[in-house]
Design a protein around this ligand. Structure first.
Ligand code: CS2
Length: 474
């Protein structure tokens, strides 16, 4: 069922963007930039949001006509802003045809995405689309898709048939060279469906890469109640985030059609790979490392973890291991960037759960940690703290914590991970079983990681995460 589009009036910008994956992050980030860009420079860049799975966001936002509050949480203050940039919210499983129709409308110039790493149905270790993925199998067999790549390809097919230009695909997920990666997957799927379509997309399509950054923990029912009590406004869909925000975007759009992102503070660049590498390795890499070790040590949030002096020191030394593998973007000091990350992680108002960041580790590890490890190994630099992060992800995947309590491991490979952990008695063999997961570890890397990761895992299994972090940080 369509989500009740707001009647278009002259004072309201028409829609120019369809966004797939309308989670808290995009509403705290992309929607704010687009609203600011229109406030500065105008344009018809209203957004049609699409949820690919659940109706929850639509149902939460509908009573206020798709408006919601964005709450900026500084360490000692908060600021509330009403964001009014959504013109409609659609729920793909309810009405995939309406989603395709919106994407095929020539007034739509951009389809942006935050569907999380696993939403692309690709192989994390190679970056290729996984043609055996059940959702991709479905989309190959049916014209109404279920997957994000399926929606992109089928909507582009409709635009080609109607003789319209393609939309620009603007991915905002934490993947390396995300635009290039998604382009490859879209071409791969298009090739399977209709090779002429693939040629047309290859020639006319645009897939700028982006680096996105704003820490946005999932909204909790307690957050909703607190803000309602403060403002007196009943809003079931507020988003909560840190003050910091950074968006670097490759300026490569079909017909140059885009909001004035620069007026909203985004950096328009020719090549985003340096920004992306720095952010994925230094922020997301340490986020995941602190999430697994912190969770195992009993810390609920990143702020709690980094307030523990052992993990503060561990984080500092992780950055010193990561920095030699990162080429700083022009004008940026990596040491200052690390200091800023430390301050951001320490913000006590941001209750970012280690459990939330630990989710989907199999999809996150390659770009966050394994690329750095590969570079460090090639340069002969030992990386005991990064190896501890990998071992902690393995230990987390066992599914019970250090006190024997159940861990709710959310990961598309959770079954394989638990099986790997249970398949052997010795820690070295457990590590070997994990390293044999080829969706994550290429064979050459697995060989090289066996010894250093086993060493870290021995420490972790015998002494626990906090003592292990302390030992590798001394
Ligand atoms: C986090 C990211 O949940 C996670 O895996 O590492 O969502 C992180 O907060 C953002 O990338 C920050 O920009």
């Amino acid at each position: 069922m369509p989500g009740n589009a707001i009647p278009q009036d002259k004072t309201r910008p028409a829609s120019g963007i369809v966004h797939l994956g309308l989670g808290a992050f995009f509403r705290a980030f992309g929607c704010v930039y687009v609203a600011d860009a229109m406030a500065a420079s105008g344009g018809d860049w209203g957004i049609i949001g699409v949820s690919l799975r659940s109706p929850d966001t639509r149902d939460a936002l509908r009573p206020r006509g798709w408006r919601y509050q964005s709450v900026t949480l500084a360490p000692d203050s908060e600021m509330i802003c009403d964001i009014d940039v959504l013109n409609d919210v659609l729920v793909a499983p309810d009405d995939p045809v309406a989603v395709l129709a919106a994407m095929a409308d020539p007034a739509i110039k951009i389809v942006s995405l935050t569907v999380t790493e696993k939403g692309y149905c690709h192989n994390p270790s190679t970056g290729a689309l996984n043609l055996d993925h059940p959702d991709i199998q479905h989309d190959l067999a049916h014209p109404t898709p279920v997957s994000a790549p399926g929606f992109l390809v089928r909507a582009l097919e409709m635009r080609r048939a109607a003789d319209h230009m393609p939309f620009t695909v603007l991915t905002c997920d934490n993947l390396p060279e995300n635009g290039k990666l998604v382009r490859g997957m879209v071409l791969q799927l298009a090739q399977e469906i209709d090779p002429r379509l693939a040629v047309w997309i290859e020639k006319n399509g645009r897939f700028p890469s982006t680096m996105v950054d704003r820490i946005t923990p999932a909204t909790t029912p307690a957050d909703i109640d607190r803000i309602a009590a403060r403002t007196g406004i009943s809003d079931a869909g507020p988003v909560f985030h840190e003050p910091f925000s950074q968006w670097a975007i490759e300026d490569d759009f079909v017909d140059d059609a885009r909001p004035d992102f620069a007026a909203a503070g985004a950096e328009m660049v020719a090549d985003v790979s340096a920004h992306e590498d720095m952010k994925l390795r230094m922020l997301n890499g340490t986020h995941s490392a602190l999430a697994y070790t912190g969770y195992l040590a009993g810390h609920e949030t990143i702020a709690d973890t980094i307030a523990d002096p052992v993990f503060a020191q561990y984080a500092r030394l992780l950055w010193s291991e990561i920095m030699p593998s990162v080429e700083a973007p022009k004008g940026v000091s990596l040491a200052d960037y690390a200091d800023a990350l430390f301050a951001r992680y320490s913000n006590p108002s941001i209750r970012h759960r280690t459990w939330q960041i630990a989710m989907d580790g199999s999809q996150k590890l390659p770009q966050r940690i394994l690329g750095t490890l590969r570079d460090n190994m090639a340069a002969g630099r030992p990386s005991p703290r990064l190896c501890l992060a990998v071992a902690a992800w393995m230990r987390y995947g066992v599914g019970t914590d250090e006190a024997g309590q159940y861990i709710d491991v959310r990961d598309p490979l959770a079954d394989q991970m638990r099986a790997a952990a249970a398949s052997a008695d010795t820690v070295a063999d457990k590590v070997a079983a994990y390293l044999a997961l080829r969706d994550i570890f290429p064979a050459d890397m697995a060989d090289k990681l066996q010894e250093p990761v086993t060493q870290a895992a021995q420490l972790l299994w015998t002494k626990g995460a906090r003592a292990a972090a302390q030992e590798v940080s001394s």
